[in-house]
Design a protein around this ligand. Structure first.
Ligand SMILES: Cc1cc2nc3c(=O)[nH]c(=O)nc-3n(C[C@H](O)[C@H](O)[C@H](O)COP(=O)(O)OP(=O)(O)OC[C@H]3O[C@@H](n4cnc5c(N)ncnc54)[C@H](O)[C@@H]3O)c2cc1C
Length: 492
């Protein structure tokens, strides 16, 4: 009999796991708490003069040199990829800073920008020493022996003569959108070269984005098992019964499955478990999310009120900058994603599309106010340890885990890969052909992060079923071009 797998959480990790399992012939049931799949990759429908326009609101773009598997997925689903310039504007009580302009703030910190560059070079050298065999640009290279995993970037920067004013005025307002928090003093120094290659502090950059909105990715991933997708199903209980599991939602609807993948946050997983073991309690209960530490990004407002931007620079920001951060006299930070600024799909829709976090001002023209609980875990040594240990939970009593807390940091490619690794641990082969060596190498590195040596050896013994079996991937790949896009009926 075909095994039935219950996947809890419909973000990219859960949808990725369910998609991969379904292609491999498993029966899946995908449960999502919210009204639509997507998790943080939410799609919002705006009313425009000519009808409507869909846009991403939180996950907006990605560094293409690192997203080998996610882009492979988009190509396979037939979702177009385009690029978008990424640039930041920071307003402080003493003036403004923007990455492509010589402002008084940039001049004030010019010496520290030079020191920052030297620090990046030093950390790169140390990282290269601990990872001498790096073959390609990857988010997945990680050495457990690198001492920079233990040293916070903030303290290393301070030792390098970089002031806390530079940290608060430049680093935090720019990278709060990378870490989804303003509390970054525990971010390990090892991450610095990666950060600088994705969002250089001094220059605007380019990233990949969808032609259209992220919604289509989830529709296309699940179109062959859409009857097994259960939105508005918040799973509150997972109980074992006669060698299977009964998964029940808060309205009492229940489903029997053979195995479970938790693709939601660690707290929701722990709360759903009937009688968690001490290891489940220790790991799931001790993962820290950004909103456990700092409420700045715990809620957001989707709106079109351009008065949240300073009058003097409003037109410039609306047309050129994706992220606007404003620090007030008390040091509190308000952050606005200017969604309509440069995204080629929507910039001509005629509606300012803004998403504001930690709003200090009254906002008019509000489309929606949204809570964002446990969106991503915080990047810290504590969570790196939790991530490392979570391999001892994988597969125990037929329960698996994926999603942000099983990865080193919050990024769409990492979560997607964690879903593929959980699916593979159950028996679904790596879903893509082996033609893209960088994508395959990233998958293997993710396996190393998520699975115990013994589990990886067992998978290899079983031939990793199709990692090198291109015929499998081709046979399973859906024919594209003319398939209709599923019509969206529920939006965030
Ligand atoms: C504001 C913001 C901006 C970001 N921007 C980017 C970006 O531009 N590029 C990028 O690569 N990454 C970005 N990220 C990171 C990215 O969102 C994540 O790494 C990735 O999308 C997380 O996917 P996930 O599936 O692991 O988790 P989520 O997307 O959080 O999905 C988990 C899902 O589980 C559901 N769930 C929770 N509890 C239950 C339950 N009990 N029952 C059923 N379902 C449940 C939730 O509703 C949610 O849909 C951003 C994150 C945030 C918060």
């Amino acid at each position: 009999m075909t095994e039935k797998i219950g996947v809890i959480g419909g973000g990219i990790a859960g949808a990725g796991a369910a998609w991969s399992l379904h292609r491999a012939g498993f029966d899946v049931e995908l449960f999502e708490k919210g009204p639509a799949l997507g998790g943080n990759a939410k799609t919002f429908r705006w009313t425009t003069k000519d009808g409507h326009a869909d846009s991403p609101v939180l996950v907006v773009a990605w560094p293409q040199m690192y997203y080998h598997n996610y882009e492979q997925l988009l190509r396979e689903l037939g979702v177009g990829i385009t690029t978008l310039p990424i640039s930041y504007f920071v307003q402080t009580p003493d003036g403004h800073f923007c990455q492509d302009g010589q402002t008084s703030i940039a001049r004030r910190f010019s010496r520290e920008f030079r020191r920052w560059k030297r620090l990046v070079a030093l950390v790169t050298k140390i990282n290269d020493f601990f990872l001498p065999k790096k073959t390609h640009e990857s988010l997945y290279h990680f050495s457990y022996f690198n001492p920079l995993n233990l040293i916070p970037l903030y303290w290393l920067a301070r030792l390098f003569g970089i002031s806390s004013a530079f940290w608060e005025t430049i680093f935090v307002p720019i990278h709060c959108a990378s870490f989804i928090t303003t509390s970054m003093k525990s971010v390990p120094a090892v991450i610095l070269p990666l950060l600088e290659s994705i969002v250089p502090l001094e220059e605007p950059t380019q990233m990949g984005t969808w032609v259209g909105a992220p919604r289509q990715v989830f529709d296309r991933m699940t179109e062959r098992f859409s009857d097994k997708v259960h939105t508005d199903h918040e799973i509150t209980s997972v109980k074992s019964a006669g060698g299977r599991y009964v998964v029940a939602d808060k309205h009492g609807r229940s489903y029997e499955v053979d195995k479970v993948i938790f693709a939601c946050d660690a707290t929701s997983a722990l709360n759903a478990l009937e009688s968690p073991t001490w290891l489940q309690r220790m790991l799931l209960g001790n993962t820290r999310y950004v909103d456990d530490v700092d409420p700045t990004f715990a809620k957001f407002v989707i709106h079109s009120d351009t008065t949240v931007l300073p009058e003097k620079h409003r037109e410039q920001i609306l047309s050129q900058y994706n992220t606007y951060s404003e620090i007030d006299e008390a040091g509190a930070l308000e952050c606005t994603f200017v969604i309509s600024a440069q995204n080629p799909n929507i910039k001509n829709a005629g509606v300012p599309m803004l998403v504001t976090f930690n709003s200090h001002k009254a906002i008019d023209k509000v489309q929606k106010r949204v809570d964002l609980p446990h969106a991503v875990h915080s990047v810290s040594l504590r969570n790196l340890i939790m991530m490392f240990l979570s391999r001892y939970l994988q597969g125990k009593n037929d329960i698996y885990y994926c999603g942000t807390f099983t990865t080193p940091e919050g990024a769409h490619d990492l979560s997607f890969m964690s879903g593929l690794v959980a699916a593979q641990a159950i028996g679904a082969p790596y879903p893509f052909s082996a033609e893209n060596p960088e994508a395959v190498a990233d998958f293997r590195l993710m396996q190393k992060m998520m699975l115990k040596v013994g589990d990886r050896a067992r998978l290899e013994k079983h031939g990793e079923r199709a990692l090198h079996d291109e015929s499998h991937a081709r046979a399973q790949a859906p024919e594209r071009e003319d398939q209709p896009q599923q019509v969206a009926d529920a939006y965030e």
